[in-house]
Design a protein around this ligand. Structure first.
Ligand code: LLP
Length: 432
């Protein structure tokens, strides 16, 4: 397993900033989500600095679908970045940690009227309109707040740029459910009608082409396509476009097969290119934003499991069972995602055996890692899986009535509980 800079080998065990995994396991039990707060803060600051422009305001919007807890929201608020939300629940959870609703961008296809009313009541700053029908609904709801109230909105457009990633997380194909396609012959009509809506302050466009993307070219191509599109809209329809949001999707390292680029290094280059194209296009842009989720949190997260039974199959497969699985990390089952792991108490031992790490859920697909080389595993070992900060906690379930794990935040000084483990009572709490 590739170690993160907060993980080190001390004696013959792996530690997290000097904190013992065994102690964490004993204090908080396993499985346990472990989040390295310092590396997250550093990354946020790097992104914020990297996106700065002398030409316009720039804002990093954390795509909180990747990982949102009250404590993460507190950090978002403290670090002075915005929040990309996709449901009323995410608005609520962000505010519960102190994020100012005015700094939120509300995304999603098929936001319900109830969610839109809630968003307006809370003062959500920007709504990213998914389609022309939704624009009409937002206009109506905004008009019912006050006849002269104008809700700030962007329109999500699909630039039709291909991004090479898993089909479930591509969002800019011509049959995508997200946004309005820039090649749709009706697009100008949709935009014109939005411009005429009395209770919308329609300031610009958004695009997001997909997630876990390694290719800088795809981002640049999509960004240029967005700017070109905005230029055409300005020329054809006379729209004053003051804001563009370029989405998220920067790829991260899970295994050696992944080749992410350094986003902090990339951003200043990106900003320069954007500045030039915007100027050439003659657009009166006042603000740009990006929406990274995975790349801000993934490497800060890991999951600690206790190894239970070991089982060899007739076909020669060696299973090491862990006390979690698809309920805390659905990604291998859903996207064939791959992870690296290590036995923290055998970190200096030689790998001798090829294991399949399987969870405890009643499902054959409940595997966390297939074919990992490890030292001889024994019941009671602690297995750590890295790169679980994004889309693990946020996609966790209670399948088989398995309680979702606790989460701790780690700094040099402390290990702090931020999410309690589900109790059995929690599991039936809503049931009458
Ligand atoms: N902005 C929009 C409009 C999005 O739809 C997404 C992700 C993001 C930003 C953030 O993308 P990121 O920087 O995290 O790649 N559950 C899947 C990922 C789904 C991504 C959905 N949208 C997974 O586990 O891989």
């Amino acid at each position: 397993m590739r170690l993160e800079n907060y993980q080190m080998i001390q004696g013959d065990v792996l530690t997290h900033r000097g904190h013992s995994y065994e102690e964490m396991a004993q204090t908080y039990q396993t499985p346990l989500y472990i989040f390295d707060e310092t590396s997250f803060i550093d990354r946020v600051e790097g992104y914020r600095e990297g996106l700065k422009s002398t030409k316009f305001e720039s804002e990093v919007l954390y795509a909180s679908k990747a990982l949102l807890t009250k404590e993460i929201a507190r950090l978002i608020a403290k670090l002075d970045i915005g929040q990309d939300v996709v449901s009323a629940g995410e608005i609520y959870a962000g505010m519960a940690g102190g994020v100012d609703a005015g700094r939120m961008y509300f995304h999603g296809n098929n936001k319900t009227n109830d969610e839109l009313v809630y968003a307006l009541q809370q003062g959500v700053g920007t709504i990213v309109v998914d389609n022309h029908q939704e624009a009409g609904r937002i206009n109506e709801i905004a008009g019912s707040v006050a006849s002269d109230f104008k809700q700030k909105v962007l329109l999500r457009v699909n630039p039709g740029v291909e991004a090479h990633t898993h089909e479930y997380i591509v969002t800019a194909t011509n049959d995508s459910k997200f946004g309005e396609n820039i090649h749709d012959p009706e697009i100008n009509n949709y935009i014109e009608s939005m411009m005429a809506m009395e209770n919308l302050n329609f300031v610009g466009f958004h695009s997001h082409i997909g997630s876990q993307i390694f290719d800088q070219e795809s981002f640049l191509k999509a960004s240029h396509a967005l700017i070109d599109f905005a230029k055409t809209v300005k020329e054809d329809l006379g729209m004053k476009i003051t804001e563009l949001n370029f989405g998220g999707g920067f790829g991260v390292y899970y295994t050696e097969a992944d080749t992410p680029f350094d986003v902090v290094e990339y951003l200043p280059k990106f900003v320069k290119e954007i500045e030039v194209s915007i100027e050439e296009a003659g657009l009166p842009i006042e603000k740009i934003s990006i929406e990274p989720g995975r790349s801000l949190v993934n490497a800060s997260g890991s999951t600690l499991y206790r190894v239970g039974d070991l089982k060899g199959t007739l076909s020669g497969k060696e299973y090491a069972f862990v006390d979690g699985g698809m309920t805390d990390n659905i990604r291998p089952a859903l996207y064939q995602a791959e992870y690296e792991g290590a036995i923290v108490n055998k970190i200096t031992e030689e790998s001798t055996t090829t294991y399949t790490i399987a969870g405890k859920a009643c499902e054959s697909g409940d595997k966390i890692i297939e074919g990992i080389e490890l030292p001889q595993a024994e019941t009671g070992d602690l297995l750590l899986v890295n790169g679980t900060g994004a889309y693990n906690f946020s996609m966790a379930s209670n399948y088989n009535y398995i309680p979702r794990p606790a989460m701790v935040h780690v700094t040099d000084d402390a290990v702090k509980l931020t999410v309690k483990r589900d109790t059995f009572e929690d599991l039936v709490n809503n049931q009458l």
